[in-house]
Design a binder for this molecule. Structure first.
Ligand code: ZN
Length: 494
């Protein structure tokens, strides 16, 4: 029996605006698509938060025994400035400014993205497709949409006919917008005169002569529209109808609304059962923006090199801090919040380590099974990590009471407490005890250097000065300096 057969998950579905019981389309399997980054700059901490929410969800679903296919794309073409249908491609613009190839921009920031996510202990997705790797699939989709009468070609570009679509479907089903209101609120934008209506969006854009990123198509040498890539890649790997589609709140409209419309127009059905949206990350109560200086790069959290924080924090402390807010709540990133999380994190890690030192007795003074159930209940309730963490602190309190002789635990319950704590702390929340990892690394280093100091002393005693000097010089090259004094030899590193 798999765990998922006894755990009922409820997920808040943005489509219905309600929590719904999650039943996968195929029993035992989950297909999940999350909109990935546009790789034209260092990954934004707000995006890290979004991807962290889905990493935690991915981990929990896997823990329950589901076979999860998690697809998270890389947008490496087609995403124009201001998420619009006109303007420069974000990647091409960066390439122009830095005088490098667009694919060098893509490579640089894809590597950065992966490094940051690895540092935060993310699991890689099952598939990470790129937009440029799926141009053919996007062209085929456009052909279907044209054939079904929901798109039209003008001067080499193809646009989705929102008005036509809305006659037989509901454009706005996800974002709860009405086409009439959209018409009312849209101002005419320069350069969009090819469109029948301003609400229409590009499926294919004819490339201007200076546009480097271009591909041949039946309509023109050009590039696909940004919304289209996610429809092409999600359905290619998860099927025309799949379980979960996630992303940041800001993608709900127009990006996800357009994905639904494209899928219905091309394949005649809605693509997704559960739409999930992670909320924003702000800093010190305000929107995070480079231009105002209210900004921090993920790496600056680890170095402490940013005026908004007073010290550095380990990736696990930062992860713990972010997971102390529910993914649908706005998270306010503050120095005080991080300091408090660090304290809590250390308390939790002390408790996890403390479990191994506990004495057992014949009986347990609290209900461990009940506590375990509360941990699962928290995650089953729309992946409520703050409630889960509150329960982990509850366990930490019991561990301390047992240590102080104020509570008792049986050997069997101790085993259950330990395995449940490990599951949630390490597997689901993906925290790492980095302080003790660093300690153990530096212990190994000093042990090794002490050994070399001893060998050097032996070499000197044997008048083998060649060898003793070699040990000293080569250590120095590695940045380890030996300091000889009357008391013996010590070392320092730089
Ligand atoms: Zn997307």
């Amino acid at each position: 029996m798999k765990l998922f057969q006894e755990q009922e998950i409820k997920i808040y579905n943005s489509l219905s605006g309600k929590k719904e019981t999650f039943t996968p389309i195929t029993e035992g399997y989950v297909g999940m698509y999350v909109c990935g980054p546009t790789v034209y700059s260092n990954v934004h901490l707000g995006n890290v938060r979004t991807f962290m929410s889905f990493d935690t969800i991915f981990r929990y679903l896997k823990h329950l025994g589901y076979k999860v296919r998690y697809v998270r794309n890389i947008t490496d073409a087609g995403h124009l400035e201001n998420d619009a249908d006109v303007g420069e491609d974000r990647i091409a613009k960066k390439a122009r400014i830095e005088e490098i190839e667009p694919m060098e921009v893509v490579q640089r920031y894809t590597v950065d993205f992966h490094n940051i996510l690895n540092t935060f202990n993310f699991l890689p997705p099952s598939i990470e497709p790129t937009a440029t790797g799926h141009i053919i699939e996007q062209i085929e989709l456009i052909k279907s949409i044209i054939k079904n009468g929901f798109a039209y070609e003008v001067n080499g570009s193809v646009y989705f006919d929102v008005h036509k679509f809305d006659e037989t479907n509901n454009y706005g089903v996800l974002s709860k917008r009405k086409l009439d209101d959209l018409i009312h609120n849209t101002r005419g934008l320069e350069g969009q005169s090819d469109k029948k209506n301003p609400q229409d969006f590009a499926l294919w854009k004819k490339a201007e002569p200076q546009h480097i990123m271009r591909w041949p198509s039946p309509w023109s040498d050009g590039f696909p529209g940004w919304h289209l890539e996610c429809t092409a890649m999600s359905t290619k790997y998860l099927g025309d109808h799949f379980d979960i589609h996630g992303g940041g709140m800001d993608l709900k409209f127009p990006h996800h609304e357009c994905e639904i419309a494209q899928n219905k127009a091309a394949k005649g059905q809605a693509p997704v059962n559960f739409w999930m949206h992670a909320n924003m990350l702000i800093m010190n109560g305000k929107k995070m923006a480079k231009s105002t200086g209210n900004f921090i790069l993920p790496t600056e959290i680890f170095t402490g090199n940013n005026p908004h924080i007073t010290k550095s924090f380990t990736p696990s402390v930062a992860r713990f801090f972010m997971l102390q807010a529910h993914y649908r709540s706005i998270l306010d990133f503050t120095n005080n919040g991080l300091l408090a999380s660090e304290k809590g994190f250390n308390r939790l890690m002390d408790a996890v380590k403390g479990i191994d030192t506990l004495q057992t007795t014949n009986s347990t003074s609290f209900n461990v099974l009940d506590w375990k159930k509360k941990c699962y209940d928290a995650m089953n309730d729309d992946f409520n990590t703050p409630i889960l963490i509150a329960n982990l602190f509850e366990a930490a309190k019991h561990v301390n009471q047992i240590k102080e002789g104020k509570a008792t635990i049986s050997a069997k319950d101790l085993e259950l407490l330990k395995s449940t704590m490990h599951t949630f702390v390490f597997d689901v929340l993906a925290l790492k005890d980095q302080a003790s990892e660093i300690d153990s690394k530096s212990n190994k280093l000093s042990g090794t250097v002490e050994l070399l100091i001893k060998l050097r002393q032996e070499a000197r005693a044997n008048k083998n000065f060649n060898l003793s000097d070699k040990i000293r010089d080569e250590l120095l090259e590695m940045g380890i300096q030996l300091n000889d004094s009357k008391e013996g030899t010590s070392f320092s590193t730089n």
